[in-house]
Design a protein around this ligand. Structure first.
Ligand code: PLP
Length: 407
């Protein structure tokens, strides 16, 4: 049986509003998803009843807050099938997870002349930290090319690999085009030359089943806000044996075992990488988002989103001047396109006037846009609470816009 979309929509208060006098159609889910009432309640509940700093507290509130905080860590462990909860570190988001690895990895493992590999599909947050690392260490950044459909050229990737490759950092699913990368093959090939692999899971974590043990990735970074959870929060998974060899990221409270003015010894993972008071309330609320996903089931969510993507493709392809961007065989529910000779921003503004929220521009993937010879695209990205009737509204809106243009 399929999902009851009307019932699911009822769980998201923000969806029930008008924008410019029209019912909101929210198709900007790749940027951030909306939050179910359960997440909002969990956040309020924490501040109303349990607010306290965690770990080491000798009172009931600290005890409760610590327990709920660590329960989220365990929920994430199961969500991505990590071996143990200690392999999950809380961060500010995918960006901070990648920066944590780039910053700590470079201090210990990267020398002049070493190589880091990324792909043409990367978000800026999986480009810039590696450029900074390469600049500082005299290392070399190599980039896997793509075909016109937006798929990486695997044979070209294999040619880039060598014993000098220290790390391959690649997006699991592209935010700009929706392409799902063949990450298992990438990981196996990278491991064969002794390189570690980081997956940018910002988009894949909400659409695909994630099993970090089966994938065998060394790191997996993702953001709570793309998973129906709070903003400014994310997780970095790392294999225990890899995390243990890495120096700490930031110094401060919680990440220490013992401090003297002469020397400090560091805490065990995950605390070694969690200096300072963390985002306790949002971590606790994030568990409600994970519970929401688990109750629906990732397979059912994906089936619904895939159906929306193929329906949108069918409907939009009938519009004169519709130019899809990114036609990979394996995709998550992201539809990037342009309307012939129109600036994406103008299309976005006209859709907004109809209550339809899409994203326009380079989607933080300027090198990818350059490779495709585009200034940007219009991006409609679908989530579990979207419906075919909303896609009909998008198609109607775009037809009107294209007609104005073609007059
Ligand atoms: N990587 C990808 C593929 C993304 O889509 C995003 C956000 O759009 C990020 C990284 C950065 O995520 P955050 O801003 O939550 O750190």
């Amino acid at each position: 049986m399929g999902l009851d979309i009307e019932k699911i929509r009822g769980l998201f208060p923000v969806l029930h509003q008008e924008v410019h006098g029209k019912p909101l159609v929210y198709f900007d889910n790749a940027a951030t998803t909306q939050k179910p009432q359960a997440v909002l309640d969990a956040l309020t509940n924490y501040y109303q009843h349990d607010n306290s700093n965690i770990h080491r507290g000798a009172h009931a509130l600290a005890d409760r807050a610590t327990r709920y905080f660590e329960e989220t860590r365990e929920a994430i462990q199961h969500f991505i099938n990590a071996r143990e909860a200690a392999e999950v570190i809380f961060t500010k988001g995918t960006t901070e997870g990648i920066n944590l690895v780039a910053s700590t990895f470079r201090r210990k493992f990267v020398e002049k002349g070493d190589e880091i590999i990324i792909s043409t599909l990367e978000h800026h947050s999986n480009i810039v930290p590696w450029q900074m690392l390469c600049e500082e260490k005299g290392a070399i950044l190599k980039v896997i090319p793509i075909n016109e459909a937006g798929e990486i050229l695997f044979e070209e990737f294999e040619k880039l690999l060598s014993p000098k490759t220290k790390l391959v950092s690649i997006v699991h699913a592209s935010n700009a085009l929706g392409t799902i990368n063949p990450v298992k093959q990438v990981i196996d090939a990278a491991h064969a030359v002794g390189a570690k692999v980081l997956l940018d899971g910002a988009q894949s974590s909400s659409h695909l089943n994630i099993d970090v043990q089966e994938l065998d990735c060394d790191f997996f970074a993702f953001s709570a806000h793309k998973l129906y959870g709070p903003t400014g929060l994310g997780c970095l998974y790392g294999k225990r044996e890899v995390f243990e060899t890495m120096p700490p990221y930031q110094g401060g409270g919680e990440m220490i075992k013992e401090v003297t003015f002469e020397k400090t010894t560091y805490n065990e993972i995950p605390f070694k990488f969690e200096a300072g008071t963390p985002n306790i309330g949002d971590v606790i609320a994030f568990k409600a988002a994970i519970d929401f996903i688990n109750e629906l089931g990732k397979d059912a969510i994906r089936a619904h989103e895939d159906e929306l993507l193929s329906y949108a493709n069918e409907q939009l392809s009938q519009i004169k001047g519709f130019l899809p961007v990114g036609t990979a065989k394996e995709k998550v529910s992201v539809l990037s396109f342009n309307i012939n000779a129109m600036h994406p921003y103008d299309v976005g503004m006209m859709l907004d006037a109809n209550g339809i929220a899409v994203r326009t521009g380079h989607h933080c993937t300027q090198p990818l846009m350059k490779r495709l010879g585009l200034e940007g695209t219009v991006r409609a990205s679908f989530s579990v609470y979207n419906s075919k009737s909303e896609i009909d509204k998008l198609a109607e809106g775009l037809s009107r816009i294209a007609r104005i243009k073609n007059k």
